[in-house]
Design a protein around this ligand. Structure first.
Ligand code: FAD
Length: 472
C-alpha cells in the first residue's frame, strides 16, 4: 500500500533513467540505459495515484494491471510485481526497454497532464530484470499435459515468441521455423544492442526451450519447405504466421544504386547479427570512420541507424526528414538520446537525387525543401515541396530507413489471401487467415507496428489455435 498522502505523492519528481554519458556511450555498443536501483524504483512507484479506473492499464495494448504491480514494488514484493506483469505481458524485460510508453500507458497517466507521468516503462524493466533468476524457478508451473497436437510457427519475432509460450503451456508441441540463423526477429537483427541487449532476448528464448518449444533456423517457409507441405506431409495440425514486415522500401530516386548507400535493414542486420562493426567480421560493412552520413526517415529504424553510424566512428550524422520534429514517429527517448549523442536533424527536406564520382561512390545528395500542408490519412500534416528550393549536400554514406513492406515469400501459398498492401487477411476476432487452421499476427498483418502489439497478437492467436485444436 502507498502510505504517502496524495498531495505529497504529487510533489515527488519523476526519476530520470540513469544512463551512460553521451561521450562515453558513442564509443561502445553497450546498453545506454543503466536501470533503476530498488530505492529509486520504490520512490518512483510511490508517485502512482492508484486511480480507480486505471487509465494506464487501458492504455496498454495488453492491459497490464499497472497500479497493482506498482503497489507490489512499494511493498517490496518484487516477485509479486513480476507475476502481475507476466499475467499479461510475456516479455517484460523487452517491452520495458522498447515499448513506446509515451504514446501508450504513460500518455494517459493522470500525471502526464503536468508532463511527468509515472515512469511505467522504467519500472517494468526494473521488475523484470531484478526477478529474472527468481522467475526461472516458476516457469515450469501451470503446463498442461501433452495434447500430441503439432503447431508450426513461422518466424521467431515477438509475435511468434509470445504465441509459442502460450501454446507450450496449453500442452501443444510447438516448432518455430526461422529464415535467419538467429532467433528473435527484429529484436535481434533490427534493434541494436545499445537499446536492447541480445542476452535478454536469448534469455526469453531459452525459457521457451525449457518449456519444450523447438527452434529450427535457416528454414525459409515458402522456399526451403512450403507451408502446405508442413501441414500435409509433416503432420502439423495448425500454423501461426509471424513473418513480420522486413522488406525495405526504397526512395525510388536516381543514383540509389551508388556505393555507400545502404538500406537500414542491411546496415542493422549486418551490425547486429554479423558483428560487422568488428574488423575481423567475415562481412564487414564499409568503414563509416570519419564519414559524413545521412539517414532518411524519422522512425525508430532511422534513429537506430543514425546512432549505429555514430558508434562506428562517423564524423557527422544527419537525419533528414520531410516533415517536422513534431511528426517524427520515433520514440521520444530515442530522439533525445540521438540529440545528446550529436546526431543532427534536417527537417522539412526530401531527397531528389544521389550523385556519385566516376568510380561509382556516393558524393552528394540533392534535396528539396518542404512545407507542411493539411492533415493526411496518417493524421500528420502532409509535406508539400517548395518550388525552386533545391540544394545539395556533400555526403559519403546514406542509409534509407523509410519503412518496410511485408515479405512476398508466402504469397504463393494456396488459400492465403493478402490485402493490396501485401499484409495477410485475417478474421479480426480469431486471427485465423483465409486458410483453415492457419493463423497470423504481428507486422505481417498490421504492417510495421510495435513489439507489444505483435506480442499481443501472438497471444490472441495462441488462444484461437488452442480452441481450434480442441475442436478437431
Ligand atoms: P518480426 O520481429 O519482424 O519477426 C519476423 C521473423 O520472421 C523474422 O525473424 C524473419 O526473419 C522471419 N521470417 C520472415 N519470413 C519468413 C519465412 N518465410 N520463413 C521463416 N521465417 C521467416 N517496436 C517497438 O515497439 N519499439 C521499438 O523501439 C522498435 N524499434 C524498432 C527498430 C527497428 C530497427 C525496427 C525494424 C523495428 C522496430 N520496432 C520497434 C518494431 C517492432 O520491432 C516490430 O513491430 C516487431 O518486431 C514485429 O514483430 P513480428 O513478430 O511481427 O515480426
Amino acid at each position: 500500500m502507498n502510505e504517502i498522502p496524495l498531495k505529497e505523492r504529487m510533489k515527488i519528481e519523476r526519476h530520470p533513467m540513469p544512463a551512460q554519458l553521451p561521450k562515453e556511450r558513442i564509443e561502445n555498443f553497450d546498453e545506454v540505459n543503466l536501470g533503476y536501483s530498488l530505492q529509486i524504483a520504490q520512490k518512483e512507484a510511490q508517485r502512482c495515484l492508484q486511480c480507480k479506473d486505471a487509465p494506464c492499464t487501458k492504455g496498454c495494448p495488453v492491459n497490464v494491471h499497472i497500479p497493482e504491480f506498482l503497489s507490489r514494488i512499494i511493498e517490496g514484493d518484487l516477485l509479486g510485481a513480476a507475476d502481475v506483469i507476466l499475467n499479461d505481458n510475456f516479455l517484460p524485460a523487452i517491452c520495458g526497454r522498447v515499448c513506446p510508453q509515451e504514446t501508450l500507458c504513460e500518455s494517459v497517466c493522470v500525471l502526464a497532464k503536468k508532463g511527468k507521468p509515472v515512469a511505467i516503462g522504467n519500472l517494468e524493466r526494473f521488475t523484470a530484470d531484478i526477478t529474472t533468476d527468481l522467475r526461472s524457478e516458476r516457469e515450469m508451473e501451470g503446463i498442461a499435459d501433452p495434447t500430441r497436437k503439432k503447431v508450426a510457427l513461422i518466424g521467431s519475432g515477438p509475435s511468434s515468441l509470445a504465441c509459442a509460450g502460450d501454446l507450450a503451456r496449453f500442452g501443444h508441441s510447438v516448432t518455430v521455423f526461422e529464415a535467419l540463423h538467429a532467433f528473435g526477429g527484429v529484436l535481434v537483427f533490427g534493434i541494436p544492442e545499445f537499446r536492447l541487449p541480445k542476452s535478454i532476448v536469448n534469455y526469453e528464448i531459452d525459457v521457451l526451450r525449457r518449456l519444450g518449444v523447438r527452434f529450427e533456423k535457416n528454414i525459409v517457409i515458402g522456399r526451403t519447405i512450403l507451408l502446405n507441405e508442413l501441414m500435409t506431409e509433416e503432420g502439423y495440425d495448425a500454423a501461426f504466421i509471424g513473418a513480420g514486415a522486413g522488406l525495405p522500401y526504397f526512395l525510388g530516386i536516381p543514383g540509389e544504386e551508388l556505393i555507400g548507400i545502404y538500406t537500414a535493414n542491411e546496415l542493422l542486420t549486418r551490425i547486429n547479427l554479423m558483428k560487422a562493426y568488428k574488423k575481423e567480421s567475415e562481412t564487414p560493412v564499409l568503414s563509416y570512420k570519419d564519414k559524413v552520413v545521412v539517414v532518411f526517415g524519422a522512425g525508430n529504424t532511422a534513429l537506430d541507424s543514425a546512432r549505429t553510424a555514430l558508434r562506428m566512428g562517423a564524423k557527422n550524422v544527419f537525419i533528414i526528414y520531410r516533415r517536422s520534429e513534431a511528426e517524427m514517429p520515433a520514440r521520444r527517448e530515442e530522439v533525445l538520446h540521438a540529440k545528446e549523442e550529436g546526431v543532427e536533424f534536417i527537417f522539412l527536406a526530401s531527397p531528389l537525387e544521389f550523385m556519385g564520382n566516376e568510380d561509382g561512390w556516393l558524393t552528394e545528395v540533392k534535396l528539396q525543401r518542404m512545407e507542411l500542408g493539411e492533415l493526411d490519412n496518417s493524421g500528420r500534416r502532409r509535406p508539400i515541396p517548395i518550388e525552386d528550393s533545391d540544394f545539395t549536400m556533400e555526403v559519403e554514406m546514406a542509409v534509407i530507413a523509410i519503412g518496410n513492406g511485408t515479405n512476398p515469400l508466402l504469397r504463393n501459398t494456396p488459400g492465403l489471401e493478402f490485402t493490396k498492401r501485401g499484409t495477410l487477411k485475417v478474421n479480426q476476432d480469431t486471427l485465423e487467415t483465409t486458410k483453415p487452421g492457419v493463423f497470423a499476427g504481428g507486422d505481417i498483418v498490421t504492417g510495421g507496428a510495435t513489439v507489444i502489439s505483435a506480442m499481443g497478437a501472438g497471444r490472441k492467436a495462441a488462444q484461437s489455435i488452442h480452441t481450434y485444436l480442441s475442436e478437431q
